[in-house]
Design a binder for this molecule. Structure first.
Ligand SMILES: [Zn+2]
Length: 390
């Protein structure tokens, strides 16, 4: 029987892999960085730019935000998320678990699911594996994430075990409800493509905080259920970087070699390379968009804070090696002026450059793996990024 996605590895170097992930909405070259489109928009950039110049092959949508506003009735009435937002390429939606977890004291977790107050209108809402699958079917995203509970980095072993076991039971319930919804044709994104089933793909999430035994057990329990791809969740939430890489470095290579591996919510450009070196294929993070709005540019020589006085009359682009349309046209001096004047073009320009830089870095990563030069590329890139902007 045809699968919802196919994944082919074209080249390996150590644990790093370059491949092609085929979805019902096009091919995605991996390793890939996925821009985050929280509420159905990647903040500060139009879809034409994402498609043409940035050439994003897949973006993320947030189940939690879209469920609360505009709500699934509206999105279903508009033909699903792709049609609603005007994006024909691949979409991945998260499960809402992480957003609800981030509400902290405002939520109550039980075996059944999570109760919380909506940040939009204060109403009491309930999110469970079943509800999350129903919302993601209505959105019609091409890759669906199982509903999980996030145990952050510093969670003690006992609590992390309880949470990991809950996540395993929720994964089973996610799988069951997801399969029923596919049979009932609730998925608004279904489309026929040669060689694929046309259904949504479902990824399982490995939790277990920083405890390696729990992480391995969490992976085993997801493998027993069976998913189309596997993700590492609950990292980059308070633990030290080296601890995060120890966990990812052990778990990613244990995941099935012939399926995509996704490290959720990570990270800086240097982090992407570290993840790739450990065998990760997919990444997402709000850093390029959020920091762009806060006046911070990511460059080949590290972070550049556009508000600094030293750029007041600097005629050079944000990054002298970047070929994006912002760097081809505008100077640091002008971008600094825009930021200090509170012009929205400041956020738009820095977001554009940051996304261009992240996606271009991943293009170079893929090329370097395919030509057997990833180790060299990683060393040179890391040295350069740490050298500092002048
Ligand atoms: Zn640029």
């Amino acid at each position: 029987m045809d699968q919802p996605i196919s994944f082919r590895i074209a080249a390996n170097e150590g644990n790093a892999r370059a491949g092609v992930l085929r979805t019902r909405r096009g091919e995605i070259e991996t390793p890939v960085f996925m821009p985050v489109g929280t509420a159905g928009s990647v903040k500060g950039i139009r879809f034409e730019e994402l498609e043409n110049e940035i050439d994003a092959q897949i973006i993320l949508g947030n189940t939690y935000h879209l469920w609360l506003r505009p709500g699934i009735e509206t999105i279903r009435a508009c033909g699903g998320l792709h049609r609603f937002i005007g994006w024909d390429r691949a979409l991945l939606t998260d499960s809402g678990g992480f957003q609800v977890w981030s509400l902290g004291e405002l939520r109550k977790i039980s075996e059944e699911g999570t109760e919380f107050r909506s940040h939009v209108d204060g109403s009491l809402r309930f999110l469970s594996p079943e509800v999350s699958m129903e919302v993601q079917a209505a959105l019609g995203s091409d890759i669906v994430m199982a509903f999980d509970e996030c145990a952050p980095g510093k969670t003690p072993h006992d609590d992390a075990r309880t949470s990991m076991e809950l996540t395993a039971r929720w994964a089973r319930r996610s799988r069951d409800r997801f399969d029923a919804l596919q049979r009932d044709e609730a998925d608004t994104g279904r489309t026929l493509v040669e060689g694929l089933s046309g259904a949504q793909a479902l990824f399982g999430i490995v939790q277990g905080a920083t405890h390696h035994d729990l992480r391995r057990e969490s992976l085993d329990r997801k493998l027993e259920i069976g998913f189309d791809g596997y993700a590492i969740g609950g990292l980059s939430v308070g633990e030290e970087k080296n601890v995060m890489w120890d966990v990812a470095g052990e778990i990613a290579p244990l995941m099935p070699a012939d399926l995509p591996r996704y490290l959720m919510g990570v990270g800086t450009p240097e982090d992407l390379l570290e993840g790739v070196a450990r065998g990760v294929d997919m990444f997402d993070c709000v850093l390029p968009t959020r920091n762009g709005r806060n006046g911070q540019a990511f460059t080949s020589r590290g972070k550049l804070n556009i508000k600094n006085t030293q750029w007041a009359s600097d005629q050079r682009p944000l990054d002298e090696t970047c070929r994006c349309s912002v760097c081809r046209r505008h100077s640091r001096a002008y971008l600094r002026h825009l930021y200090l004047s509170g012009e929205m073009l400041s956020s738009i320009s820095l977001t554009h450059h940051n996304l261009a830089f992240f996606l271009d870095t991943m293009r170079r990563v893929r090329q370097s793996i395919r030509s057997g030069k990833f180790t060299q590329f990683r060393r040179e890139f890391t040295e350069m990024v740490n050298s500092g902007v002048e």
